[in-house]
Ligand binder design. Structure first.
Ligand SMILES: NC(=O)c1ccc[n+]([C@@H]2O[C@H](COP(=O)([O-])OP(=O)(O)OC[C@H]3O[C@@H](n4cnc5c(N)ncnc54)[C@H](O)[C@@H]3O)[C@@H](O)[C@H]2O)c1
Length: 332
């Protein structure tokens, strides 16, 4: 395949390299990272066109069809600002940023200049998540009353090559913490059940982990269609658990991302049916997402999770921090 589109990847850490491994098929890739070791490591693994220690220099010297923003969240907005100024499209890692401030302006510039913009809430590209959505659309468990979502892991286990205390995830100022990071869960609830009316949340730090960002988040969400969602995220669970359980008039569905299962209970026959999936199905979300982004770019199509759409998830994050501070229910 002849690569005619140019992509700048800013941030070649964990997700930066993963995205490059999928984008390399479609794009000529330049990279930027403040760490020389990360640049050398990335150059060793992939056929990189040009490398920069300063993303501003890259954007000054070259013209890119899109910039992939794969740096910690506190840098998403400044990189996006400069990229759109230089008329580049945006592939932004989730969460959108530290908060909603400044993003409406970026979206306006993108719309005015017809620049692609996409926020990488990648779980929407898991085939067995699409299967769950289809089952819910078919009303397999009837009207849904409520959902419980849990997103738990152990932060020190994430990257064996670095001390979790030095990783941005432990640092509040850089946008670490369970609420911002596991906001995949909020995106999924919106994707599956609709928009949120209000939130009552605790954003806390209750474990022995040494971090200034939150190690856990607990919330009750009231949806516009009156369904109730309870969710919790944490970074201190020694065994990972990621699932959503939906309870409806005719039964229950559990979507389990750790064991790759969809379990369906139907009240009419009092039986559980189990559908089994695998890690390959889960991980296909990344190549699926890269292909989708490239197709939208080349076909000049808007994306399913543009900045305007991702702002709806970010507003729930903002409202959760506010609810925790005020100890009150916050309307969206
Ligand atoms: N969608 C997903 O599945 C997924 C998974 C992991 C991370 N993420 C998101 O990706 C982002 C990065 O996370 P990560 O785990 O890759 O972090 P990381 O720490 O592994 O990588 C971040 C990289 O950014 C570089 N960097 C820092 N400041 C920079 C600057 N000014 N210019 C250029 N590079 C700079 C760092 O040196 C580092 O190499 C976060 O927003 C995170 O939420 C998404």
């Amino acid at each position: 395949m002849k690569k005619i589109k140019k992509l700048l990847v800013v941030g070649t850490g964990s997700i930066g390299k993963r995205q490059i491994s999928n984008f390399i098929k479609y794009f000529q890739i330049d990279i930027a990272d403040v760490r020389k070791d990360r640049i050398l490591d990335t150059e060793k693994q992939f056929d990189i066109n040009k490398s920069f220690l300063d993303y501003k220099k890259a954007l000054k010297n070259e013209k890119y069809d899109a910039v992939a923003i794969t740096v910690p969240p506190h840098l998403h907005l400044p990189v996006a600002k400069l990229a759109v100024k230089k008329k580049s499209g945006l592939f932004i890692e989730k969460p959108l940023g530290l908060n909603s401030k400044g993003w409406k302006e970026i979206y306006k510039i993108c719309k005015k200049n017809k620049l692609i913009n996409y926020v990488a809430y990648c779980h929407r590209f898991i085939p067995y998540l699409s299967r769950l959505k289809k089952l819910l659309n078919q009303k397999i468990i009837g009207e849904i009353y409520c959902a419980h979502l849990k997103w738990s892991s152990y932060l020190p286990d994430w990257h064996k090559y670095e001390d979790y205390r030095n990783f941005y995830m432990s640092k509040k100022k850089q946008g670490g913490g369970s609420l911002l990071d596991d906001s995949h869960g909020i995106d999924l609830v919106r994707y599956l059940l609709g928009e949120v009316k209000s939130v009552n949340a605790l954003v806390t730090n209750i474990s022995e982990l040494e971090m200034s960002s939150d190690d856990s988040f607990f919330a009750t969400l009231k949806m516009k269609n009156n369904k109730i969602v309870q969710m919790s995220f944490d970074l201190f669970s020694r065994t990972p658990r990621i699932y959503i359980e939906l309870t409806g008039k005719k039964g229950t569905i559990i979507w389990d991302r750790v064991n790759h299962l969809i379990k369906i209970y139907k009240r009419n026959n009092n039986k559980w049916k189990i559908e089994k999936y695998d890690l390959k199905n889960l991980m296909s979300m990344y190549p699926n997402q890269a292909k989708y982004f490239y197709n939208c770019l080349t076909k000049k199509k808007d994306t399913i999770n543009n900045i305007q759409e991702a702002l709806k998830t970010q507003q729930i994050i903002d409202a959760s921090f506010k609810s925790n501070k005020l100890q009150k229910v916050v309307k969206i």
